[in-house]
Design a protein around this ligand. Structure first.
Ligand SMILES: [Zn+2]
Length: 215
């Protein structure tokens, strides 16, 4: 099955992708991971992408599409894939469709995980990190003493990405870019919406049940 996963930061996409990948036996393709692999491997596309990233520019859509295409050409994608992080915009979606057609593939399902912004802000802004690698959450997994790591006693900190203002900005960008994308796939009859504010395993069950019905 050829799947695109959409959802805001903090919607639990990574966790859902991991479970779906294991259950459906298809690879989870995160564009972030492919980029890092190309850059690390020093491929032509990697060198090109790095040049843009290092100069603070966005990697152009055609370069991103080529990088994704090279991954989808690999053998483990023969029976499907779960795309995560691409496409993000309508022009990318159009390029993606054309590229898939060239590869003899097509998007079959778009899984759209929705969570209200206020819940995401609460989820992400409550995260606390320790330099020893432990992570906490002020509501779901609090340390025994506020602000202090249970294991090493160091002070906990908030990642820049988890600061409330940063989260709100990321959500704003997400909604602006992705709402049209949801409509684009809705128009093709491919979008399935899921409520990501439920416990992770409940959402997983709902996704798997819905996918079974499309078989
Ligand atoms: Zn610690």
């Amino acid at each position: 099955m050829q799947i695109i996963l959409l959802g805001p930061p903090g919607a639990g996409k990574g966790t859902q992708a991991a479970v779906l990948s294991a259950t459906l036996k298809i690879p989870h393709i995160s564009t972030g991971d492919i980029f890092r692999a190309h850059i690390k491997g020093g491929t032509n596309l990697g060198v090109l992408a790095k040049r843009y990233i290092d100069s603070g520019k966005l990697v152009p859509d055609d370069v991103t599409t080529d990088i994704v295409a090279s991954r989808l050409n690999e053998e483990d994608c023969a029976s499907g894939f779960i795309m995560d992080g691409f496409p993000r915009t309508i022009p990318q979606a159009r390029m993606f469709d054309e590229m898939l057609e060239r590869l003899g593939k097509k998007v079959e399902v778009v899984i759209n995980i929705t969570v209200e912004d206020s819940i995401i802000v609460k989820r992400l802004s409550g995260r606390r990190m320790c330099s020893c690698g432990r992570t906490y959450h002020i509501d779901n997994n609090p340390p025994k003493t506020e602000g202090v790591c249970d294991v090493c006693n160091r002070s906990l900190y908030i990642r820049d990405d988890d600061k409330e203002e940063t989260i709100k900005e990321r959500l704003k960008i997400y909604h602006k870019q992705t709402s049209p994308l949801v409509d684009y796939y809705q128009g093709k009859g491919l979008t399935m919406n899921f409520d990501g504010s439920k416990p992770i395993e409940v959402t997983t069950r709902e996704i798997l049940d819905s996918l079974k019905k499309t078989d």
